[in-house]
Design a protein around this ligand. Structure first.
Ligand code: BTN
Length: 258
């Protein structure tokens, strides 16, 4: 995959721009990076707070050559790639199913994958937000979010005196990210890719098995213990009555330390 990085100062959402480019026929590997987003989006219609230079706001166009049933693995593959990117910068994160990167229980990164039909076939837009600084967290996420600055103060240069900051890290981060995405995306598209990605995910997530969780679905919430992943990345949760429920989509919260 040829990486082609397009950078913006301000944009509504890097995912929206990548969707637009994909529909216009962009090759896979086109990446959109912005210093700030005015309409950053998270999962379930949530807002992704995107203050200038406070995070990496990154989206990539992918055109995966895999069976449709395995498309959810693109998100898991990305979680693995973000995990290794953070590790390269000295941040040890856990992957919370399905797409959150946490450090000490606080969110440092989120992933939003969206699909769209294009004249060249289906495209998957993978958007990644990584918190670089905590200073601008709004009160509602201040207790539940963390940043690279908080975890590894030396990895984020201080703001330029007297004005907006121009950290070099977003571009260094983006470079590492594209390296790991390319690596794991290639693996995903091999014959054994699906099982390999699940195995890589298992090695990096405490949520794979034995974790007491609450799963919040659209109309109900369930409690149980995680019991591995299905071949397409869905989460298996063993309920108190011994039955196993398969969660394709939903929010997972840790119930208590196990
Ligand atoms: C989530 O955890 O809910 C997913 C958050 C994804 C945020 C990123 S920031 C770059 C890209 N552009 C967006 O509008 N959203 C994603």
């Amino acid at each position: 995959m040829n990486i082609n990085l397009l950078t913006f100062d301000t944009i509504d959402s890097t995912n929206t721009e990548a969707l637009k480019q994909a529909r216009l026929g962009a090759e896979e590997g086109v990446c959109i990076v912005a210093r700030q987003q005015t309409a950053g989006r998270g999962r379930h219609g949530r807002t992704w707070v995107s203050e200038p230079d406070a995070g990496l706001y990154f989206s990539i166009v992918l055109r995966p050559k895999i069976e449709t049933q395995y498309l959810p693995l693109v998100t898991l593959m990305t979680g693995v790639a973000v995990h290794d990117t953070l590790a390269e910068f000295g941040v040890a994160a856990d992957i919370k199913w399905v797409n959150d990167l946490h450090v000490d229980g606080k969110k440092i990164s989120g992933i939003l994958a969206e699909t769209t039909d294009t004249p060249k076939g289906l495209a998957v837009i993978v958007g990644i937000g990584i918190n670089l600084r905590s200073s601008n967290f709004p009160p509602e996420i201040a207790d539940t979010a963390t940043s690279m600055q908080e975890q590894r103060p030396m990895s984020v240069p201080p703001a330029v005196a007297g004005g907006s900051s121009h950290p070099t890290n977003p571009s260094e981060l983006a470079e590492a990210l594209t390296k790991y995405i390319t690596y794991f995306y290639d693996i995903l598209q091999t014959d054994t890719g699906a099982t390999e990605i699940i195995d890589e995910w298992r090695k990096r997530s405490t949520y794979f098995s034995g974790k007491s969780v609450r799963v919040v679905l659209e109309n109900e919430s369930l409690e149980g213990v995680t019991d591995g992943l299905e071949p397409n990345g869905a989460l298996r949760v063993k309920l108190n009555d011994g039955s196993v429920t398969i969660v394709q989509a939903g929010d997972v919260e840790q119930l208590r330390a196990t």
